[in-house]
Structure formats: structure tokens, C-alpha cells
Design a protein around this ligand. Structure first.
Ligand SMILES: [Zn+2]
Length: 152
């Protein structure tokens, strides 16, 4: 295969969107900074600022979230305890969210193989790292400020 071009990625993205539709989800592109899933409305809101390749990876990740949530027993085991017993603002709660994000990326990669969606592993890892680093800095943000204040 030659270097995948924009048309190739558009085709892959369309295929993934069909997969979402089969799951009962709509995919809507909006001028937003970050993607979002509305489980009750069954819609993925995707940023239209990304190119087709990165959009494909982000949509795989969002589908990964569905997989993570769908595994009810392991979801309970992995997250429910922390989510119900630690406050939203705690590092422990936030790190559980980061863990869920990582799990969704892993499930997304597994799904790409199952669906035969081509992934450039290097670009995938970079896209994943960008998203996870945002979550990581969010997770420690307030704690860092508190520490700075405590040290002042
Ligand atoms: Zn996510």
C-alpha cells in the first residue's frame, strides 16, 4: 500500500461512522476543541478541526469508551469503587478517569483490528499521548496549585 491519502482516510472514517450508526450512534462534526459522547442522546460530537486520519483515531477512541462501559463487570471492578468513594476533585478519582481514558484507547486499537481499519501506529500513539497528557495535567492541576500555596 502506498502512503494513505486524504481520500483513503475519508473512506475509513465513513466506514467507522457506519459502524457507529449500527450501534445506534450518530456522528456529528462541530467546531469544538474536544470530542464528546452523549450516551443518552446516542451521539458523538467530533471536532471538525482535525484531519481525517486523526478524526479516525479519535472516533476509534470514542468507540473504545463504549466497549469499556459495555463490560459491566470489569467496569464495576475497575472504576465504580473509586468513583463512588472518592470525591470528584480527588487525585484518586481523577486518576481513575485517566485510567478509563487509557482503557478506551486500548479498546479502540483492538477495534481497529477487528474492523480492519488501518492505523499508523506512530501517529496513533502521538494522538493518544496528546489526549492523555491533557487529562494528566487536568488531574494534577488543583493539587499542584495547593502544593504551591502550601510551599509559598
Ligand atoms: Zn476519552
Amino acid at each position: 500500500m502506498g502512503k494513505p491519502d486524504n481520500t483513503f482516510w475519508l473512506g475509513q472514517l465513513k466506514e467507522l461512522e457506519r459502524h457507529c450508526n449500527k450501534k445506534g450512534f450518530k456522528v456529528v462534526y462541530k467546531d469544538v476543541l474536544t470530542d464528546a459522547v452523549y450516551y443518552n442522546k446516542k451521539v458523538f460530537i467530533m471536532s471538525n478541526r482535525l484531519n481525517k486520519e486523526i478524526s479516525t483515531y479519535h472516533l476509534l477512541h470514542e468507540l473504545g469508551h463504549l466497549k469499556v462501559m459495555g463490560k459491566k463487570k470489569s467496569y464495576k471492578e475497575n472504576y465504580d469503587y473509586v468513583f463512588t468513594n472518592f470525591s470528584n476533585a480527588s487525585l484518586t478519582h481523577r486518576f481513575a478517569i485517566v485510567q478509563e481514558e487509557l482503557d478506551a484507547w486500548r479498546e479502540g486499537l483492538i477495534l481497529s483490528r477487528q474492523l480492519g481499519i488501518h492505523v499508523n501506529r506512530r501517529k496513533w500513539e502521538i494522538a493518544k499521548t496528546k489526549c492523555i497528557s491533557t487529562y494528566l495535567s487536568w488531574a494534577v492541576r488543583n493539587k499542584e496549585r495547593k502544593k504551591q500555596r502550601a510551599n509559598a
